[in-house]
Design a protein around this ligand. Structure first.
Ligand code: BGC
Length: 791
C-alpha cells in the first residue's frame, strides 16, 4: 500500500517527491497519461527500472484460448486481451560513458508532477553518475486530447557540474517488451509472450517507424517518431532500425550549465482493415500535424481543452483537502479514459494498465457514464455508439443462450463475451439494464433526440427483449427473473435479484415508452403493440422479494434465510475473500462483496420508502465486506440519504483515495476507474443528493460535519447548473446563452425554478434525529475513517 499521504495534498497536482522503488508499479498507474485512444503508463523515461511497462491503444487486443477443465455449452472459447504495443516513451541517456539508471549512482533529487490542469506529466531529476558526473533532467510528457493519435515528450538534460560533459540520448520505439510474469490473482491480465509480428521498419535521420501485426486477431499497429533538437553545441543525430526496434541517437558535448533539448513527437495508429501503406501514411500524417503545432502548440491546446473541461466539471470541496485533490484526480482519469475513445470501450482500468485484460464491464455504464453524462456528455455519446456497434455479437450471444434480444457481454473489448466464469460472468445479465439506463440518462440530460432515434431505441428494445425472454410470469402472474447474478458476486445464480429486477423494470418501461414515441422506427425493429404491452405487463408484475419478518428487502429470493458468514473467525489477511475461500462457501452464506440491494436503492431509489431505505441500509451494511472497489461510493450515497453523513464521508474517502493510497494493493495493474468516478458520485449524488428518476433533476443536499461547502456544476439540456451547498442552505445558479432560459428542479421534493437572471437560495431541512447506530461487518469498517482533526 502507498503510505498515507504518499503524495502531498495539493488542489491541482499529484506530486511525487522521491522515487520509491517499492511503489514504482503503482505510481506508473497513477501517472499514466491517456486520451482514451492512446495510453502511456507513467514508466520512467529510460524504461528501467519499471514495475510494469505499458503502452496501450484502445481496442488493440490479441485473442487467447479460454481452456476449461470441464467445458459446458455456451462457454466462450476465446478471450480478448489488451496488448502492450510498441513503446515509444523510451529515452535513454548516456552520461559520459555511463547509462542513466536511478538504481546506480546517486539520485540527488527526483520529482514527478501530474498537472491536472495542463494535462502533462513533468519529471525533474538531479543525478550523479557512479563516476561522479552530474546531470539535471527535466522531461514533460503529454498525450494530446486534441490530436488523438499524438503523444509528445520534451526531454531536457543539463550539465550540473563544472566540467564539459559528453551526452548521448537514445530515443526509441520498442516492440515486444518482456513483461513481468503473471500472478495468480484472477484480476490481473494474461501475459502474452511477444504478441507482435514485425511487418515493416523504416528510419529517417531524425526518427522512424515500426509496423507490427498480432498473430491471431490480425490487428495491425504502426508507431512513428520524429525528433527536433535544440543544442548550443555541435550535435550528431542518426537513426537505425531492426524488426522490433528503431533508435534515434543524438550526441553532443556540453559545457557546464548548457542544456540539450530533445523534442520527441510520437504517433500511433491501428486497424483491422487498413493496408500497411495506409497505416504508414496515417502515422506519418499525424506526425506532420503534431510538428506543425510544435511542442508549444500541443501544450497550449492541451491546456485549452482542460480549461473547458474543468469549467464544466470541477467539484469544489471545502473541508477535506485530500478529497479535493482526489476528486479532481479521479475526474481527470475518467476524462482520460473516455475523452477520445470515439466508439471504442471505456474499460475498467481505462488505458492505465493491463488489469482485467483491458476489459470493459458494467462499470462503464453504471459508474463512469453517469459522471460523464453530467460533465462531458460527448464522451457518453461515443460510448453508447460503441455498445450499439457490438449489437451483432450480443444478438449472437443471445441466440447461443436461447434468449431473445441482445445478451451483452460481462467483459469484453470488442464485443464478444470474454468471461470464462459463468456465475460471475454471463450470469450478470444486469449489464443490459445498465446500458439501457445509460441511454435513458444521456437522453434525459442532453435532450439528444438524434441519438435516441438512431441507436437509443434499438438498445432499449433489444435489452427489453432480453428481459422478456429471460424472465417469466408465474401462476399468480408475478414476473420473475431467475438464475442470475446481481452486482454482489458473492451471491450467484439466484432468483429475483432486486437490483436486476428493478433495473429491468425501468428498462422494460423505457423501451415501451420509446417505442410509443418513435412508432416508425419501432415498427422497423419489429416491435408490435402486443410486444410493448408484454414489456409493460412484465414491468408491472415484477416480483421484489421482501422478508416480512425482518422487515427488509431480500437482495435475492431467500437471501435473509441463508446462513450468516462467520466474521469473527475471518482474519483480516483473508480479504478479499475470493482469494481465500471457495465460491461454493461464499454463495451459500450472507456475505456481500459489494453494494447490491444498496445499489438498487441508489439508482432505483424511487422504488423504496424512506423507512425501507434506512432498515435495508442497516441490514446490508453489517454483511458487506467491500471486496470490490465499486462498493464504497454507493454506500456513501445511501449513508447520506438515510442520515449518516459522517459515515458517508469515510466511504467517500475510501472511493476517492483508492488509487492515491493504493488501498486495495492492486493499483499496479491500473487505476480503478469506477471507484474514481465513484468519488464524484459520492459527492454529487451523496452529499449533493442528485437523483434523476423521473426526468427532473432533484437534490437533497446534506454535508458531513467535516465539510464546510461543496460546489459542483452539472449540464442539463445545454444549460449549466451550479449547485453550491452549505450546511444550512443551497444555492442554485443557472448559466445559458439564452438569458430567458429556466430550469425546474426539486429541492427536498419541493419544486424550485431557477432562471439565468438570479441564483436561488433555499434552506436545507434539519438532519434526521434519533437514528439507530450503524454497524459494519466486524473488521470491515471503512478503510479511511473520517479523521477527528481537520488537516
Ligand atoms: C467487481 C465487478 C466489476 C469488476 C471490474 C469486480 O471485482 O465485482 O462488479 O465489474 O470487478 O471492475
Amino acid at each position: 500500500m502507498i503510505r498515507e499521504r504518499a503524495y502531498p495534498v495539493e488542489p491541482w497536482h499529484v506530486r511525487e517527491t522521491r522515487l520509491d522503488m517499492d511503489v514504482l508499479a503503482q505510481s506508473e498507474s497513477v501517472f499514466a497519461l491517456s486520451n482514451g485512444h492512446v495510453g502511456l503508463r507513467g514508466n520512467l523515461d529510460e524504461g528501467e527500472p519499471h514495475g510494469l511497462p505499458g503502452t496501450y491503444l484502445n481496442s488493440f487486443y490479441e485473442l487467447r484460448p479460454l481452456p476449461y477443465a470441464e467445458a459446458g455449452f455456451g462457454f466462450p472459447e476465446s478471450g480478448q486481451t489488451i496488448v502492450n504495443v510498441t513503446n515509444g516513451k523510451l529515452i535513454r541517456l548516456l552520461v559520459d560513458d555511463e547509462p542513466l539508471d536511478v538504481r546506480y549512482g546517486e539520485v540527488l533529487a527526483h520529482e514527478r508532477v501530474l498537472d491536472l490542469r495542463s494535462g502533462t506529466l513533468h519529471r525533474s531529476l538531479h543525478w550523479r553518475s557512479p563516476a561522479g558526473r552530474e546531470v539535471r533532467v527535466n522531461s514533460t510528457r503529454l498525450v494530446s486530447f486534441r490530436q488523438r493519435s499524438v503523444a509528445a515528450i520534451r526531454y531536457e538534460v543539463a550539465v550540473a557540474d563544472d566540467k564539459p560533459l559528453r551526452l548521448i540520448v537514445q530515443s526509441e520505439l520498442v516492440a515486444n517488451e518482456t513483461l513481468p510474469p503473471q500472478s495468480r490473482d484472477p484480476r490481473v491480465a494474461a501475459v502474452l509472450e511477444s504478441p507482435l509480428e514485425a511487418e515493416e521498419e523504416l528510419t529517417t535521420p531524425g526518427g522512424g517507424l515500426l509496423i507490427h501485426r498480432t498473430k491471431v486477431s490480425g490487428l495491425r499497429v504502426a508507431a512513428a517518431m520524429e525528433h527536433e533538437i535544440e543544442s548550443p553545441a555541435r550535435t550528431t543525430i542518426d537513426s537505425e532500425g531492426y524488426e522490433d526496434w528503431v533508435r534515434t541517437t543524438v550526441g553532443c558535448v556540453l559545457e557546464p550549465g548548457q542544456k540539450l533539448c530533445v523534442m520527441k513527437y510520437l504517433t500511433y495508429g491501428w486497424s483491422s482493415r487498413r493496408s500497411l501503406p495506409a497505416l504508414r501514411d496515417q502515422v506519418g500524417a499525424a506526425l506532420a500535424a503534431a510538428r506543425l503545432d510544435g511542442w508549444d502548440g500541443l501544450v497550449r491546446e492541451q491546456r485549452e481543452y482542460l480549461d473547458e473541461f474543468w469549467d464544466a466539471a470541477d467539484v469544489e470541496v471545502d473541508g477535506d483537502p485530500e478529497v479535493q485533490q482526489a476528486v479532481r484526480f479521479g475526474l481527470f482519469h475518467v476524462l482520460q479514459a473516455g475523452a477520445r475513445a470515439e466508439r471504442r470501450p471505456i474499460s475498467a482500468k481505462g488505458l492505465t494498465g493491463p488489469g482485467y485484460d483491458g476489459h470493459a464491464f458494467w462499470d462503464t455504464e453504471m459508474f463512469v457514464l453517469p459522471v460523464l453524462t453530467y460533465t462531458h456528455p460527448a464522451a457518453v455519446r461515443d460510448a453508447l455508439y460503441w455498445r450499439h456497434a457490438t449489437l451483432p455479437k450480443a444478438h449472437e450471444r443471445a441466440r447461443t443462450l436461447n434468449l431473445a434480444g441482445a445478451a451483452f457481454p460481462w467483459r469484453t473489448i470488442e464485443g464478444p463475451e470474454s468471461s470464462g466464469y459463468w456465475p460471475a460472468g454471463t450470469a450478470g445479465f444486469h449489464i443490459a439494464a445498465g446500458i439501457a439506463d445509460a441511454v435513458r440518462r444521456y437522453v434525459l440530460v442532453t435532450g439528444d433526440r438524434q441519438l435516441e432515434r438512431e441507436i437509443g431505441l434499438t438498445l432499449l428494445v433489444e435489452t427489453a427483449r432480453l428481459w422478456r425472454s429471460l424472465g417469466h410470469h408465474d401462476r399468480a402472474g408475478q414476473y420473475h427473473i431467475d438464475g442470475v447474478t446481481g452486482p454482489d458476486e458473492y451471491t450467484a445464480v439466484k432468483n429475483d435479484n432486486v437490483y436486476t429486477n428493478l433495473m429491468a423494470q425501468r428498462n422494460l418501461l423505457a423501451a415501451a415508452d420509446a417505442a410509443a414515441c418513435y412508432r416508425d422506427e419501432a415498427y422497423h425493429l419489429g416491435v408490435t403493440d402486443e410486444e410493448a404491452a408484454a414489456w409493460r405487463d412484465a414491468a408491472v408484475a415484477m416480483h421484489i422479494p421482501y422478508d416480512d419478518e425482518l422487515d427488509v428487502h431480500q437482495q435475492v429470493e431467500g437471501f435473509t434465510r441463508l446462513q450468516e458468514w462467520d466474521f469473527a473467525d475471518t482474519p483480516q489477511d483473508k480479504y478479499p475473500l475470493l482469494l481465500h475461500y471457495p465460491y461454493f462457501d461464499l454463495y451459500r452464506k450472507q456475505v456481500i462483496k459489494q453494494a447490491d440491494l444498496v445499489l438498487a436503492m441508489h439508482w432505483r431509489g424511487d422504488a423504496f420508502t424512506v423507512e425501507e431505505k434506512l432498515r435495508n441500509f442497516l441490514y446490508y451494511e453489517r454483511r458487506t465486506v467491500r471486496d470490490s472497489s465499486l462498493s464504497a461510493c454507493t454506500q456513501a450515497v445511501l449513508a447520506v440519504e438515510v442520515g449518516y453523513p459522517d459515515l458517508a464521508h469515510s466511504y467517500l474517502r475510501e472511493a476517492a483515495l483508492m488509487d492515491l493510497h493504493d488501498l486495495n494493493e492492486n493499483t499496479r495493474d491500473g487505476v480503478h476507474m469506477a471507484a474514481l468516478a465513484g468519488a464524484w458520485i459520492a459527492l454529487v449524488a451523496g452529499f449533493g443528493g442528485l437523483r434523476d428518476h423521473d426526468g427532473v433533476p432533484s437534490f437533497e443536499p446534506r454535508l458531513s460535519s467535516r465539510l464546510n461547502r461543496l460546489a459542483f456544476a452539472l449540464q442539463w439540456c445545454g444549460m449549466r447548473l451550479r449547485v453550491d451547498v452549505r450546511s444550512h442552505q443551497t444555492t442554485y445558479a443557472l448559466h445559458h446563452a439564452d438569458p430567458d432560459a429556466a430550469l425546474e428542479l426539486r429541492h427536498y421534493g419541493e419544486p424550485v425554478r431557477v432562471t439565468c437572471a438570479k441564483p436561488v437560495t433555499v434552506p436545507n431541512p434539519p438532519p434526521r434525529a434519533n437514528l439507530p447506530p450503524v454497524e459494519q461487518a466486524p473488521g470491515r469498517e471503512p478503510l479511511l475513517r473520517l479523521p477527528e482533526n481537520p488537516i
